[in-house]
Design a protein around this ligand. Structure first.
Ligand SMILES: Nc1nc2c(ncn2[C@@H]2O[C@H](COP(=O)(O)OP(=O)(O)OP(=O)(O)O)[C@@H](O)[C@H]2O)c(=O)[nH]1
Ligand SMILES: [Mg+2]
Length: 454
């Protein structure tokens, strides 16, 4: 997989966020720091990284959460949005049936032009298009033979003449031939040059003149990392570049640098090369690439996964010490009720109180659960303050909570009474005594009538 390490690091950062108890400013900052680290390790330009993470941080802290998402999912979505924008604008490579599209490949020596020509030929042939290749590399000995061999491999016709020294001449001839043949994609391979840009740019201009390409595609070696930006910029200044193909993204630590550097020039990346074989090519769609990079099918699965993790993580048994000190907020109770459907955790809490949990018969547990479900709904209509400090719940608040949760005022009072009983029990218990009277004392002795006790 292309850019494996970067993908794993980004994925890890998001998973970590999914596991934090509270998505607050601290957690967001931690997340952006991890993203920074991951991108810097993939050789992405420092300024680009800082710009990106600042944007993520600002949005994550300031933006209102859209309905239907929780904070966590919202932050993940922001990260996903910003990263895919960071990786460039989507741009499609179009070949129209029945028309001839002329594609001229340019790039520095050894960037991977010829290999990419055979990859593109394979890709579009598989899609059912008629493809032809012209060898306009009269510079490198054996260039034509290389192409013809590749052409044979993928069963695509190649026009070239190893004896011809004039690149423009052979290019013109080849393009005309394929046009006559109604070839739908005509790919012209050109000679790569050293960094002596003037020579390269001159020949390139000549080729553009004679072949009149519909699109000029710049091939950039992905292993050069951040330098890709300067290269793309230089070529863009010399000629109109329709698209970019970044090669050698397989097994390079600098791939992230190359991709983001090119994307930063605003030049559309349309393909990625990730190997030496004709099949090692894929269209570059930033969002899809990112989803794959993160090891997720699409955003939906990503968010769903996050939700699941959140669910798993929310079920926390309150600290035993807090329980003993009688510090049980309605929030603790709520968290336990969340866990009721899973049965285990509620029992666990009760089992923390010696001799209690084991004494509750199954059917009573069931009745209790129904009631607890109702309690959960009621608590859903409470404010944060009310959950943390139930003492403030007066009769007008009771009225509001009942209305909000679709229950009766007596249901709300019932819940508060339960809560008080538990509190009282815990306080006594914390003093090292078992309560002698009251429903919880009965329950503790295994002689409870109702659960929860009345
Ligand atoms: N690992 C890997 N190697 C590649 C990839 N693309 C090209 N190569 C290798 O890079 C080397 C140069 O590839 P060419 O396709 O000949 O490059 P070029 O731009 O045509 O070179 P010149 O014609 O000399 O300018 C070859 O050894 C290729 O096998 C790729 O995506 N991954
Ligand atoms: Mg070549």
């Amino acid at each position: 997989m292309v850019l494996d390490t970067l993908g794993k690091a980004l994925h890890g950062a998001i998973q970590k966020l999914a596991r934090t108890a509270h998505v607050d400013e601290k957690a967001i900052k931690e997340l952006t720091r991890e993203i920074q680290r991951a991108l810097l390790q993939a050789d992405v330009n420092v300024e680009l990284v800082l710009g990106l993470t600042k944007k993520i941080e600002k949005r994550a802290i300031e933006e209102k959460i859209p309905p239907g998402l929780d904070k966590r999912a919202h932050v993940v979505q922001i990260v996903y949005d910003e990263l895919s924008e960071f990786l460039g604008k989507p741009a499609e490579f179009k070949v129209e049936p029945g028309k001839s599209k002329i594609l001229l490949m340019i790039g520095l020596q050894g960037s991977g032009k010829t290999t990419s020509v055979s990859k593109l030929a394979t890709h579009f042939k598989k899609k059912g298009y008629k493809v032809g290749v012209v060898c306009a590399d009269t510079f490198r000995p054996g260039a034509c033979e290389q192409l013809m061999q590749l052409g044979q491999q993928v069963a695509v016709e190649v026009v070239g003449d190893p004896k011809e020294k004039n690149a423009a001449k052979i290019a013109k001839k080849g393009v005309e031939h394929f046009k006559d043949e109604k070839t739908e994609l005509i790919i012209v391979d050109s000679a790569g040059r050293h960094r002596k840009e003037e020579d390269l740019m001159e020949e390139m201009k000549d080729l553009v003149k004679v072949t009149k390409p519909d699109e000029v595609m710049l091939v950039i070696d992905g292993t050069i990392g951040q330098q890709a930006k300067d290269q793309a910029t230089a070529f863009r200044q010399a000629t109109e570049i329709g698209s970019i193909l970044v090669t050698k993204l397989d097994g390079t630590a600098k791939g992230g640098g190359a991709l983001s550097a090119v994307a930063a020039t605003g030049a559309p990346i349309k393909f990625m090369g990730s190997g030496e074989h004709p099949e090692d090519l894929e269209p570059y769609v930033p969002s899809r690439f990112l989803a794959r990079l993160l090891g997720m099918g699409d955003l939906e699965t990503l968010l769903k996964n996050v939700e699941e993790v959140v669910k798993e993580e929310k079920i926390k048994v309150p600290d035993k010490k807090d329980l003993m000190a009688g510090k049980l907020t309605l929030r603790n109770v709520y968290e336990q009720l969340e866990a009721v459907s899973k049965m285990g955790p509620l029992k666990k809490v009760l089992q923390m109180l010696p001799g209690v949990g084991a004494n509750i018969p199954e059917d009573q547990m069931k009745v209790g659960e129904e009631k607890l479900k109702k309690f959960k709904v009621i608590m859903g209509s409470m404010t944060k303050d009310e959950m943390d400090n139930p003492k403030i719940i007066n009769s007008s608040r009771i009225k509001r909570i009942a209305r909000g949760s679709g229950t009766s005022e007596s249901d709300v009072r019932d819940l508060l009474k339960q809560y008080e009983l538990i509190q009282k029990f815990l306080k006594t218990f914390a003093r090292g005594k078992m309560p002698k009277t009251g429903p919880w004392a009965k329950m503790a002795r295994g002689k409870m009538g109702d659960f929860p006790p009345r």
